[in-house]
Design a protein around this ligand. Structure first.
Ligand SMILES: C=C(O[C@@H]1C=C(C(=O)O)C=C[C@H]1O)C(=O)O
Length: 267
């Protein structure tokens, strides 16, 4: 009997291609779905062995590794990470942050402070709370609810993937399959790659199946998964990841990476 591998994935449309038939490819995987922020907390608490967690939490984790070449990212607009704002960037003084997010919550702080020179106050927006009528100047939404949100009371709808790439020229990586230190993936590692390949080859079918429950157009869901979200973690995505880490470190959002005394900065 193989020991079960406790795997947690995000319950958003963008994740479906990564988990399609995952448990068929590795029957020892025990898969649960949750918010990205909660997956990160559960992985840190040792309740999961592998989690599709926000990259900022990957950096905070210390002893994690990741499944190579799999990610949730974008290059340019991402369509599902939006800062709705009543005022332009420079005038934002208060922000509500989606409870499900950690990467984009930190990204919001980074862009506000490093790109626009402002340091607003932040509060958390509970996952079930409506966002139409908040007292804060801006509200960050991610995932499926960001894709559906219209929020006519907010003058601006800033796409943070688009902002990031326009600013840095690099892709943005939001989440990776993080593996807790000491966990051996064994044959399951192949399953993560097979599931991704299978899921991406069947993005049209996934879109058709998932769209009604999301109350979204199937063609829109298909193009989101096929043309907008980037599931690879290649050299340019890794460069984007390093840039994000560097900025997050500068703001004290993650602890500085331990560096070999004689080695140059990994770049
Ligand atoms: C692009 C997205 O990436 C998500 C954003 C995350 C975050 O902000 O912490 C975490 C996981 C990703 O699934 C999205 O879901 O909209």
């Amino acid at each position: 009997m193989t020991t079960p591998l406790r795997v947690g994935a995000v319950n958003y449309l963008n994740t479906k291609p990564l988990i399609e038939r995952l448990t068929d490819f590795a029957p020892n995987i025990d898969l649960t779905l949750d918010l990205p922020s909660r997956l990160a907390d559960r992985l840190a608490a040792g309740e999961l062995d592998v989690g599709l967690i926000p990259v900022v939490e990957f950096f905070r984790g210390g002893n994690y590794s990741f499944v190579p070449n799999v990610a949730i990212g974008s290059r340019g607009p991402v369509l599902s990470v939006t800062l709705f704002s009543k005022v332009p960037w420079e005038q934002i003084r208060s922000v509500s942050l989606d409870e499900g997010s950690r990467t984009s919550a930190a990204l919001t702080r980074i862009i506000l402070q490093k790109r626009y020179g402002v340091r607003p106050t932040f509060e958390q927006l509970p996952i079930d709370a409506g966002a139409d009528d908040l007292a804060t100047d801006a509200v960050l939404l991610i995932g499926d609810r960001a894709m559906r949100a219209c929020l006519p009371g907010y003058r601006f709808a800033y796409d943070l993937g688009e902002e990031w790439t326009a600013w840095t020229g690099l892709p943005m990586v939001f989440a990776v399959w993080a593996v807790r230190g000491g966990v051996e993936l064994g044959a399951a590692e192949t399953a993560f790659h097979r599931a991704k390949e299978y899921g991406l080859a069947n993005a049209g079918l996934i879109a058709q199946r998932e769209a009604p429950a999301l109350d979204l157009d199937p063609g829109y869901c298909r193009r989101y998964m096929t043309n907008i979200i980037r599931y690879d973690l290649g050299p340019t995505e890794l460069a984007g990841l390093r840039k994000y880490r560097e900025l997050a470190e500068e703001l004290g959002l993650v602890a500085p990476a331990p560096r070999h005394p004689h080695a140059g900065r990994a770049q």
